[in-house]
Every structure is written in structure tokens, then in C-alpha cells.
Design a protein around this ligand. Structure first.
Ligand code: TYC
Length: 119
């Protein structure tokens, strides 16, 4: 392939590059551009068929809660219809939902779990 030779050399700079005044370099302070990730909560929903013990074990296993805390979360879901099991980045929350749904399907329980952005 033929390389095009520029007919004229580039014109010499008349201005120093941005941030330089010729003698010294000026560093600009900029505000932080990277925002923390938007967090998502994994919410478990109540139903009339999934055994309480199964829900407690799932919360312990996938949300790293002790038995006491897992039981309190399960009872909250049972009484209120829904409850937050944990708050994570979007991808981790989606993985938790998949893990719970997979375990519930394999055990033959209708347990439902969703992920939603934290307000
Ligand atoms: N309501 C269920 C029962 O009485 C227990 C249950 C709790 C089911 C929480 C689902 O997410 C749930 N066996």
C-alpha cells in the first residue's frame, strides 16, 4: 500500500498545549466522575405453599444470614407479603435471584424472588 507523504510539514505550535503555559504545567482539580453503582435489593415474596423451613435455609445459604436473622426475615415475608433479603450491585442481585429460583424449582416450591433498584 502506498503511503501518502504530506506535502507540507505541520505548522509550528503558536500556543502551548492545554494545561501548559510554556514554562510550567497547571494541574486542574476535577470533580470525581465515577459514581458508586446503583444498588439493587433482592426481595422475596410470600406464597401459601413453600415451607417456612425451606425459606429460612435459602436465606441462610444465599444471603449469608445466621439462623435467627433468616427466621426474622422469613416471618416478615410471611406476615407482610414481601421482604428484603439483601442489597447488592445489579449483577450480584441478579445472580442471587437466579440461585434462589433455581433452588426453589429443584425442590418443587413456588417461591418467588425479584431484584429491584433501591429508591
Ligand atoms: N407462607 C409460607 C407458609 O406459611 C411461608 C413462606 C414464607 C413462603 C416466606 C414464602 O417467601 C416466603 N408455609
Amino acid at each position: 500500500m502506498a503511503t501518502k507523504i504530506p506535502s507540507k510539514p505541520p505548522a509550528p505550535r503558536t500556543q502551548p498545549p492545554d494545561g501548559e503555559n510554556g514554562d510550567s504545567v497547571v494541574l486542574e482539580r476535577r470533580t470525581q466522575k465515577v459514581k458508586p453503582p446503583h444498588m439493587h435489593q433482592v426481595v422475596m415474596l410470600n406464597d401459601d405453599y413453600t415451607p417456612m423451613e425451606f425459606v429460612v435455609v435459602v436465606i441462610q445459604e444465599f444471603f449469608n444470614k445466621d439462623r435467627e436473622t433468616a427466621t426474622q426475615i422469613m416471618l416478615k415475608i410471611h406476615l407482610d407479603g414481601r421482604g428484603v433479603c439483601g442489597v447488592y450491585s445489579r449483577d450480584v442481585a441478579a445472580t442471587k435471584v437466579d440461585q434462589v429460583m433455581d433452588a426453589a424449582n429443584k425442590a418443587g416450591h413456588p417461591l418467588q424472588c425479584i431484584s429491584e433498584p433501591v429508591e
